[in-house]
Every structure is written in C-alpha cells, then in structure tokens.
Ligand binder design. Structure first.
Ligand code: 13P
Ligand code: SF4
Length: 329
C-alpha cells in the first residue's frame, strides 16, 4: 500500500490515479487481496453497482454487513449506512469512499435538538429511521428502515405512544398504514420531496397502463397516486414479479439499473421532479465515484470511526430492529 494520507478537510483520498489503470480490474484485485467486501446501495452509479458484492436497500445492507466474514467493508452508499456497518462490526475496518456523502434527511435531525424534542414526550417509544446519525440512533428505542417500519410498529402494543423521526413523509405514511397516532419529527429528503404530483399525473395520463411505484419518503400528494409503495428492494421486486409491464418509478433513479437487468422487457419511466433538474439523483450518494472507490481501497481510507460508548448506545436500538424485522424481505 502506498502512503497517500487522507486530508480530513477534503473527506476523501486526493491522490493522482494513473490514467492507464483499469480501475475495475484494480478494484476487483484489491477486494480479493485485502479480503474486502463491497456493499452498494441502489442509488450508486451503475458502474459501482456492477462492482459490488451485494447491492441492496438499507435493511439488506445492514444484514449483509452484520453477517460478512470479510475483514474490510467498503460501503458505496452514504455516511449513516457505513456508520451502521461500523456499529455492527467494531472489529472490522469500514471504509466510505467520500466522508462528505451525507444524507439531507439525517441532517434535518441534529442530536441536541432531537434530545430536547424527545424530552417533551418522555412516555413515548422513539422509533427512528435508519437515515440518522449514530448520535440520534443512540437516543432512540428502535431503529427501522422503510422496508421494516410498519412491521415493527405493528408489533408494539396498541396503546404504546410512539415518536417517529426524522422523515415526516414516511411518518405520515406509517400513520395511515398502521392506524397509529404518532408524534413526528419534521424532516424530509431533498430527493423524494421534489417529485411533482402535477407532472406525475400528466405522465400517468400519457401512460394509463403504467403502475406507479413510489418510495414512502415521497410526499403524500405523490404517494396517493401510487399502485405500490415500498423500499428500494421492494420496488425492485414488485417490478420483477409483475412484469413484463410498464412502471413509473418515484425514487432515486439509480434503482433503474437493477430493474432493467431484472427484466429488460419492462418499460421503466422515472417519475419527474418539479423542476427540470437532476434532482432525482441523490447528490450525496453520487459523491462516490470509481476513482474514489479505488483510492479508498488502495489506501484503506477514509475509515469510519466512533467512540465505543456511542457505538454501544447506538447498537442497542439497531439490534432491536434486527430482531423485530426478522422475516422481512
Ligand atoms: P431504502 O432502505 O429503501 O433503500 O432507502 C434508503 C434511502 O436512503 C432512501 O432515500
Ligand atoms: Fe438521504 Fe434522500 Fe439521499 Fe436517501 S435519497 S440518502 S434519504 S438524501
């Protein structure tokens, strides 16, 4: 291993990459040599998904991280995902190609403000979406993902008071789904918040034979037109099991890569954001690139680290999620 060091203010290894290198072959070589596993979320660019040993939703990735024998976990995703892998694997090296790959939703929930909010509801069980920092997880009773949230809530006694954070759209969807009255933190994801009901309706009118598939982080105005609502893995599975057919997909467009591979005869139409921007690409997820991935593996940096006391406090509600989501796909 060469000795380029991480400039923490940059958040990624900034070293020259030999333009003649086949980075795909190099990444495969480094994975084998270092006994490293590459876990990727669906919102990564297609080339990174192709290199990954496992591509999945947040729950699938956490399970994979918990079960791997690899010595190094390289997380092609965002910070809270890599942090969750580290919480589950204190003895392993967990790498994130760019530490700046955060999450707008997690950022809406600073730990101090969240603690003060929870203090207003001392008799409430705090259920927190995995899109949150380790410090916020440590203040929570149970963590959930979009695939497991309703299943977890339905296991709690009907009179149990619940505070849900940080996504208000997912929270409102869960209130409708489970019939439970929950106190909600007011956070949103910048990507899912931008899907336009007006444009979706126009698109659906043009394609009346299409099913609308939506992630529950979308606004209610969008979700009410969905034929299916689920996590990224669940959306993928729905299209795979119900094709060949036409689907309008309201989530980050990276998901389309695996959906196209699953069934090339499906017609997949990304749901339109309000403006003509690239807003249906997550700017945080997309900070990871093949070059940064290569440098991260080569230099084993940047690494996720955290205080052991914080890790232990955040582990408890994650373990409850793992127990309570057994059987969820
Ligand atoms: P999933 O768990 O559905 O993959 O969601 C992760 C995420 O960040 C959605 O924006
Ligand atoms: Fe966070 Fe939204 Fe990006 Fe998911 S899509 S990682 S919720 S900013």
């Amino acid at each position: 291993m060469s000795t380029a060091t991480l400039d923490r203010s940059l958040g990624f290894v900034d070293a020259p990459v030999d333009a003649s290198l086949d980075l795909y072959a190099e990444i495969e070589r480094l994975k084998t040599e270092k006994n490293a596993i590459l876990l990727a979320h669906y919102y990564q660019e297609a080339a990174i998904q192709e290199l990954a040993d496992f591509v999945g939703d947040s729950l699938g990735l956490a399970r994979e991280a918990a079960n791997t024998d690899a010595e190094i976990i390289v997380f092609a995703g965002v910070h809270f995902m890599a942090e969750t892998a580290k919480i589950l694997n204190p003895e392993k090296t967990v790498l994130l190609p760019d530490l700046n790959a955060g999450c707008s939703l997690a950022d809406t929930c600073p730990p101090d403000a969240f603690e003060a909010f929870c203090d207003q509801y001392p008799d409430h069980t705090v259920i927190t979406y995995v899109n949150s920092s380790a410090a916020v997880k440590a203040l929570s009773d149970i963590i959930c993902t979009s695939s497991s949230a309703a299943h977890i809530i339905n296991q709690l006694p009907e009179d149990e008071k619940i505070l849900f954070a940080p996504d208000r759209n997912l929270g409102a969807y869960l209130i409708r789904e489970t019939g439970r009255d929950m106190v909600l933190w007011d956070g949103v994801c910048i990507v899912h918040e931008t899907f336009s009901e007006r444009k979706l309706l126009r698109l659906a009118a043009k394609h009346p034979d299409a099913d609308v598939l939506a992630h529950p982080e979308c606004r209610d105005a969008v979700l009410q037109h969905a034929d299916f609502i689920g996590s990224t893995s669940q959306i993928r599975r729905y299209a795979r099991d119900n094709g060949p057919a036409k689907f309008i997909v309201a989530t980050e467009e990276g998901i389309l890569h695996q959906m196209e591979k699953d069934n090339p005869h499906n017609t997949l139409i990304p749901a339109p954001p309000e403006s003509g921007c690239n807003c249906s690409q997550c700017p945080h997820m997309r900070l990871n690139t093949i070059e940064k991935l290569y440098l991260c593996l080569e230099h084993e940096s940047p690494e996720i680290t955290m205080e052991e006391s914080l890790r232990k406090d955040a582990l408890r509600p994650i373990e409850r999620m793992m127990e309570m989501s057994a059987g969820i796909k």
